[in-house]
Write a protein that binds this ligand. Structure first.
Ligand code: SAH
Length: 230
C-alpha cells in the first residue's frame, strides 16, 4: 500500500471518530492526519495500521487502539510550547502525536520513558524516521518514578495501567497541569483518570472503563503482587 492509500484510510477512520464524538478539537484532528501510524508498527503489521484496535509491537506490549490514543489526547489539551512527560513509550506513536501538538520553534518537548530497552530503541527509530526527533527525548528506566531531573511537566500521559496514581508523578506535575492515567487492576477493571493540578489543589475526574497493559515498577505493579478484583 502506498502513502496516498494510507492517508485515505486515515481520513476514513478520522471521520468515523468525529461522528462518534471521540475527536472534538481541530488540533487533535490535524495531528492525527499528520502522523503516520503505519510507520510505528512492525513491518508485517503495517497494512493493519488503521484498524482501530491495539496491535502487538513485541515483548508482550501493544500500541493502543486509535480511539484510545485520541481520547487521551483530547483530555490532555495540548498546545504549542508545553513540556510533556509520557510513561510507556511503546512504539513512539503517542509521543509523536504529542510532539505534533506541542512543537514550536523555540519551546516544547516530549520526554518519554520506557522500561523495555528494545522498545525504547524501536520507538526512537520510528521517531527519527517520521521527523519528530527534535521534540522527543526517549529514556530507558522505570517511569513509575517519573523523570525528576526534568520536572515539572505541564502534562503527564501514562499509557500503562497502574494500581494507584504514583505519588512522584503528582509531585512532578506542574501547577497548572493535567495528567491522564489508567488506574485499576491487572488487565481488568481500569478507569481512565484525569488529574488536574490547579492553585495547589488536585482534582480528579473519572472518564470510564479502559484496558491497558500494566505499568510495572516501583509505584506500579510488581512481580509477586497478589492479583485482586478491585
Ligand atoms: N504509548 C505507546 C503504547 C504503550 S504500551 C504507543 O504509542 O505505542 C505501554 C508501554 O508501557 C509498554 O511499552 C510497556 O513496556 C511500558 N511500561 C510498563 N511499565 C513501565 C514503567 N514502569 N516505565 C516505563 N514504561 C513502562
Amino acid at each position: 500500500m502506498n502513502k496516498e492509500e494510507f492517508e485515505k484510510q486515515r481520513l476514513i477512520v478520522l471521520e468515523r471518530l468525529i461522528r462518534s464524538g471521540v475527536v472534538k478539537s481541530k488540533r487533535v484532528k490535524n495531528a492525527f492526519l499528520k502522523v503516520p501510524r503505519e510507520d510505528f508498527l512492525p513491518r508485517k503489521l503495517r497494512l493493519r495500521a488503521y484498524e482501530d484496535t491495539p496491535l502487538p509491537i513485541g515483548w508482550g506490549q501493544t500500541i493502543s487502539a486509535i480511539h484510545m490514543v485520541l481520547i487521551m489526547l483530547e483530555e490532555l489539551k495540548l498546545s504549542k510550547g508545553l513540556k510533556v512527560l509520557e510513561i510507556g513509550t511503546g512504539s513512539g506513536y503517542h509521543a509523536a502525536l504529542c510532539a505534533e501538538l506541542i512543537k514550536s520553534n523555540s519551546k516544547g518537548c516530549v520526554y518519554t520513558v520506557e522500561r523495555i530497552k528494545p522498545l525504547a530503541v524501536f520507538a526512537l527509530k520510528n521517531i527519527v524516521k517520521t521527523g519528530y526527533r527534535k521534540w522527543v527525548r526517549v529514556f530507558h528506566r522505570d517511569g513509575s518514578k517519573g523523570l525528576p531531573e526534568k520536572a515539572p511537566f505541564d502534562r503527564i500521559l501514562v499509557t500503562a495501567a497502574s494500581p494507584c496514581i504514583p505519588p512522584p508523578l503528582i509531585e512532578q506535575l506542574n501547577d497548572p497541569g493535567i495528567m491522564v492515567i489508567p488506574v485499576g487492576g491487572l488487565h481488568l477493571w481500569q478507569d481512565l483518570v484525569v488529574v488536574e493540578k490547579i492553585k495547589g489543589r488536585i482534582k480528579q475526574v473519572n472518564r470510564g472503563g479502559v484496558a491497558f497493559v500494566p505499568l510495572i515498577g516501583e509505584y506500579g505493579f510488581k512481580y509477586g503482587d497478589e492479583i485482586t478484583d478491585n
